[in-house]
Design a protein around this ligand. Structure first.
Ligand code: SAH
Ligand code: SF4
Ligand code: F3S
Length: 454
């Protein structure tokens, strides 16, 4: 027995790279380690355990892991800090990590997070490096704890994982495995726990979230539209979003849900990658540019104020100038509220990496610059169009300046306004005063004043 039996609080630092699913997973890893006495700290200095939750999507993202490990090594040498690598690089390159950075204690893939306490315990005993990158038969979701307190106002909830689409450029089907949907009851339980902790907006997550087909208590399969309708009934849940969707899985019921479920926000991230049919085919996206445009038209018919965002890849192998122009044309036609765009990055093990005619970096840079200028223009125009309007803003947290809160419009635009702290969690009508590069400023609209002066 130790003389001092107070539980020793161990310090855990998690650094998260990549997509929102990693953000969600990082929170779950913290939850699963809490019973072992680990509490989260902001920096790796003095931490007992550092977890890098990694992303393999592009080369730059993956390389960051090794440079970060190099920086952490002296900490380990000085304090005995345990180092763990989780996420998609761990899944894809587990063995390589242990070869390149043999001082790493734990390597675990995204499906193994429920086994983290056991792996950490082993490493603590000095039993040597532990590698767990299996796709276990049991689901990690059945073994991860319910969300704790302090979730904030806007939270993520993973409902679907994995990908069966095998776009020729992408590592996700290999790092996250096959498509899998959680059961509806488990999702609803988690959503209710979040709302009970003060959450007012939930973003449903999945690598292909609209491929969701979870089973409910009666054994019926629900699509994402039906799931959204069911969650919308939870008292106190003001807003529901979902990401990332694939155009091929955008079914009529989900489109209808945008029309009949006010809690479902009028914003959709629907990656198209390219406006060229030949490239869409070479990417194995499974639809044409026109099919994408038709889908957008349908969505706009169902929900006229829906705002759209997308991902684009420039410089896919063999992309000609005309094919790149087709992407610009598609962007001009749709008009996106925001977007993400990337230079094609060849990834080990993917078919596109083996294609001839890889595009030189200088050409990729030039195209990315042009594409981003157009997207920027559209984003600015979209934001500027809200100036003067009164829009419902869900306020989330303190802003940078004193007395300021930051919230979001239904269209995912950040808004800051002078407000007391206790307005966090509320949806308040807000007059938009100005639009900056990345956010809007507003003032809460005082309806009583308006009535008095009318
Ligand atoms: N499941 C989502 C995307 C997940 S990856 C979907 O299908 O849309 C996020 C984005 O990263 C992709 O949409 C794509 O634009 C980009 N991406 C993926 N692999 C890439 C690669 N090898 N090079 C450059 N960008 C890539
Ligand atoms: Fe990657 Fe394509 Fe799957 Fe999206 S749909 S995760 S881009 S393979
Ligand atoms: Fe990256 Fe894995 Fe997400 S590769 S984008 S962290 S699914």
């Amino acid at each position: 027995m130790p003389l001092d039996s107070r539980p020793y609080v161990k310090k855990l630092h998690i650094k998260t790279y990549g997509c929102q699913m990693n953000v969600y997973d990082s929170a779950k890893m913290a939850d699963v380690l809490a019973p072992l006495g680990y509490s989260q700290v902001e920096t790796p200095d003095g931490a007992d355990l550092v977890i890098l939750n990694t992303c393999h999507i592009r080369e730059k993202a993956a390389e960051k892991v090794f440079s970060e490990l190099g920086r952490l090594k002296p900490l380990k040498d000085a304090n005995g800090t345990l180092l763990a690598v989780a996420g998609c690089v761990a899944q894809a390159e587990g063995e390589a990590i242990l070869a390149r950075a043999p001082y790493v204690d734990v390597v675990l893939g995204p499906q193994a997070y429920h086994r983290l306490p056991e792996l950490v315990a082993r490493a603590t005993r000095g039993a040597g490096a532990a590698l767990d990158t299996d796709f276990p038969v049991e689901s990690k979701f059945d073994h991860l704890p319910a969300p704790g307190a302090n979730q904030g106002v806007a939270a993520f909830l993973t409902v679907q994982e994995g990908c069966d689409k095998f776009c020729t450029f992408c590592v996700v089907p290999y790092t996250r495995g096959a498509e899998f949907s959680r059961d509806v009851a488990a999702i609803e339980r988690e959503a209710r726990a979040l709302v009970a902790n003060g959450v007012g907006e939930i973003t449903l997550l999945g690598q292909n979230v609209n491929a969701f087909h979870g089973v409910d208590e009666a054994g019926n399969e629900l699509g994402l539209g039906a799931l959204a309708r069911r969650l919308a009934r939870i008292e106190g849940l003001h807003r529901i979003r979902y990401t990332t969707s694939h155009p091929r899985d955008m079914d009529d019921d989900l489109i209808a849900a945008h029309a009949d479920t006010p809690e479902l926000m009028p914003f959709l991230h629907l990656p198209v990658q390219s406006g060229s049919d030949r490239l869409l085919e070479a990417m194995n996206r499974g639809h044409t540019a026109q099919a994408y445009l038709d889908l957008i038209a349908k969505l706009r018919k169902a929900r006229p104020d829906i705002a759209l965002s997308s991902d684009f890849i420039v410089g896919f192998p063999g992309e000609t100038e005309a094919e790149f122009e087709a992407t610009l044309d598609l962007i001009r036609e749709v008009k996106f509220a925001q977007s993400f765009s990337f230079k094609y990055s060849p990834r080990p093990g993917t078919p596109a990496a083996l294609l001839d005619k890889q595009i030189p970096e200088a050409v990729q840079d030039e195209r990315l610059y042009k594409l981003q200028a157009l997207l920027r223009e559209q984003q600015d125009a979209f934001n500027a169009a809200t100036v003067g309007a009164i829009v419902p803003v869900l306020y989330e947290r303190a802003g940078r300046n004193a007395g300021q809160l930051i919230g979001k419009t239904p269209w995912l635009q950040a808004v800051h306004a002078q407000l007391p702290d206790d307005a966090a969690g509320k949806v308040l009508p807000t007059r938009i005063l100005a639009s900056g590069a990345n956010s809007l400023s507003g003032v809460v609209h005082d309806q009583t004043q308006e009535r008095l002066s009318a």
